[in-house]
Design a protein around this ligand. Structure first.
Ligand code: ZN
Length: 241
């Protein structure tokens, strides 16, 4: 493990809350262009829950319900996204096969369980299991029901980029506690929300984030939503893992 030189404190910018998404607040006002002002790297979704968002190197891609990917346009909007300017402080060369769990253990050994962490893997993956939510229509169902129909994909032998965040347990509901990762292949043609993977070779970079800024929506959907349901933990586990 190599330590990289540390630059300025990183800020995590977030629009809305995971608990709002969970309860069916699927339309936000924040555009991709606005997200880019807050970071070059991140995860999220699109209005109407139309696929998964993955951002890195300043580019934002939409991973759609059929497993395909495309570049997001600056006017597209998101109901929930997390962005930062990626400044990794640690680098690890992956020269033998690592499971998802092994990658997470590597990070857990360096990063405190109470810290936010952004991570990236550029690598050759023998297997990436993904899913993407299909576009929803009003009246919106809670996410737990919406994801019941979501297809899963098994991407084999793919070079690509995996972007993720590690969020502390005390932030459950505000964001997704634990590891949350999205993947896109090198051709930028397929990817999704990551369920599991094995990486054969590549580079893992990661670093902590020291500040958090949240833009709260003020539309009726958000203001009327139940943002602390009793089954919050179970619901997030069901939709995000
Ligand atoms: Zn996701």
């Amino acid at each position: 493990m190599k330590e990289l030189s540390v630059s300025n404190a990183n800020t995590l910018y977030q629009t809305s809350l995971m608990s709002a998404l969970l309860s069916g607040v699927y339309e936000g006002e924040t555009t991709m262009a606005q997200l880019r002002e807050h970071g070059d790297f991140g995860l999220g979704t699109f209005n109407k829950l139309d696929g998964e968002l993955i951002a890195f190197d300043g580019n934002i891609f939409q991973l759609r319900g059929d497993g395909t990917a495309r570049r997001a346009s600056p006017e597209q909007k998101t109901p929930f996204a997390t962005m930062t300017f990626f400044n990794p402080t640690n680098e690890y060369h992956i020269d033998s096969p690592h499971t998802r769990e092994e990658i997470h253990t590597l990070i857990d050994q360096v990063i405190s369980q109470n810290a936010f962490c952004a991570l990236r893997i550029n690598g050759e993956f023998s297997r990436v299991d993904t899913r993407t939510v299909p576009e929803q229509q009003r009246p919106y169902k809670p996410m737990m029901e919406a994801v019941k129909q979501q297809p899963t994909f098994h991407i084999k032998n793919s070079v690509g980029v995996l972007i993720g965040f590690l969020t502390p347990e005390y932030m459950q509901g505000i964001n997704v506690a634990g590891f949350h990762e999205h993947f896109i292949d090198q051709a930028r043609h397929s990817g999704g929300h990551v369920l599991d993977y094995q990486v054969e070779r590549g580079t893992l970079t990661f670093g902590t984030v020291e500040k958090l800024a949240i833009d709260f929506p003020h539309d009726q959907d958000f203001l009327n939503a139940n943002l602390s349901p009793e089954n919050l933990r179970e619901a997030i586990r069901a939709v995000e893992s």
